[in-house]
Design a protein around this ligand. Structure first.
Ligand SMILES: [Cu+2]
Length: 263
C-alpha cells in the first residue's frame, strides 16, 4: 500500500507519525480516485444523454411505455459491481487501518520485550505548564529526548483535563487527573519542537507550551548523566517521610484500643 516506503528512521521502527501519514495518503489517494471515477462517469452520461431537439440520443433503446413494468436490463450487474468494489475498498481500509492502529498501540511493549530501548517519561500537566519526570527521577520543564529511541509518554494531570501533544512528532494524549494515558514517538532528527495543550483548560491554556529538544544519542547521554532525582537534594522529602512514619505509628498505637472496643 502507498506509504510503506515512507522512511523508517535509523532505528528501523516506523513511528506513529509515519503510520498516520501513510493512512492519510492512502485515504486521500483512494478518495481522489473514487471521486474522479464517479464524477467522470456522471459527466460522461450527462453529455451522452444530453437533450437534443431533433435527435434521439439512443434510438436503439426499447423504452417502457407509461404503465409498463420495465424488464430485462443488465440483471443488476452494474449495481453488484459498484457495491462489490465499494465494499472491497471500504473493508480493506477498515482492516488495514485497524491493523496499523494495533501496531501503534503495541509497539513500545513489543520493542521492550525484544530487549530494545524504550524510555518512559512521565508527563504531568498542570495549570498552566508541563512537568517531565525521567526514569531516574529527574524532573524538568523541557522535554529532552534522544533520537532513534522509542519515547513512551505516560501522561496525566494534576488538576483539570489537559491534552499533551507534539504536532511535528504526531504524539498526542489526554492528560486526565487520576489516570494515565500513553503515547509514543521516535524522533529521527535532532531539533527543537513545541508541545502544546490541546484541551482548553483556563485562561493560561494558549500559553501552556513546552519545549521538546531532540538530541543526538551521545549528547543526550551526556546531559542525562548530569541529572539527578528531583527529591535527592531536597531534605524535605526525608522530613515528610519521617512525618509519615510518625503518624503511622500513632495510628497503629490507637488501633488495638479501637479494635478492643468494637465487639
Ligand atoms: Cu491545559
Amino acid at each position: 500500500m502507498a506509504g510503506d516506503t515512507v522512511l523508517a528512521g535509523a532505528s528501523g521502527i516506523r513511528a506513529p507519525a509515519e503510520v498516520f501519514n501513510s493512512i492519510f495518503v492512502a485515504f486521500l489517494g483512494l478518495g481522489t480516485l473514487v471521486g474522479v471515477v464517479v464524477i467522470s462517469y456522471t459527466l460522461y452520461n450527462a453529455y451522452r444523454y444530453r437533450y437534443r431537439e431533433d435527435e434521439d440520443p439512443a434510438p436503439d433503446v426499447d423504452r417502457p411505455e407509461v404503465g409498463e413494468l420495465p424488464e430485462g436490463g443488465g440483471k443488476g450487474k452494474k449495481l453488484f459491481l459498484s457495491f462489490g468494489i465499494s465494499a472491497f475498498i471500504v473493508l480493506s481500509l477498515v482492516i488495514w487501518t485497524y491493523a496499523s492502529l494495533l501496531y501503534v498501540e503495541g509497539k513500545p511493549t513489543e520493542v521492550q520485550q525484544n530487549g530494545g530501548d524504550v524510555m518512559t517519561v512521565e508527563v504531568d500537566g498542570f495549570r498552566f505548564g508541563w512537568q517531565f519526570t525521567y526514569p531516574n527521577g529527574a524532573q524538568a520543564s523541557t522535554l529532552r529526548v534522544p533520537t532513534d529511541t522509542v519515547i513512551n509518554l505516560s501522561v496525566t494531570s494534576q488538576d483539570v483535563f489537559h491534552n499533551f501533544g507534539i504536532p511535528d512528532l504526531r504524539a498526542k494524549a489526554d492528560a486526565i487527573p487520576g489516570q494515565t494515558t500513553n503515547a509514543w514517538f521516535v524522533a529521527d532528527d535532532p531539533g527543537t519542537y513545541q508541545a502544546n495543550c490541546y484541551e482548553i483548560c483556563g485562561e493560561g491554556h494558549s500559553g501552556m507550551t513546552a519545549q521538546v529538544e531532540v538530541m543526538n544519542e551521545s549528547a543526550f547521554d551526556e546531559w542525562y548523566a548530569t541529572t539527578e532525582p528531583a527529591n535527592a537534594s531536597a531534605s524535605n522529602g526525608t522530613a515528610t517521610a519521617s512525618d509519615g512514619t510518625a503518624s503511622n505509628a500513632t495510628a497503629s498505637a490507637l488501633a488495638p484500643a479501637h479494635a478492643g472496643g468494637a465487639p
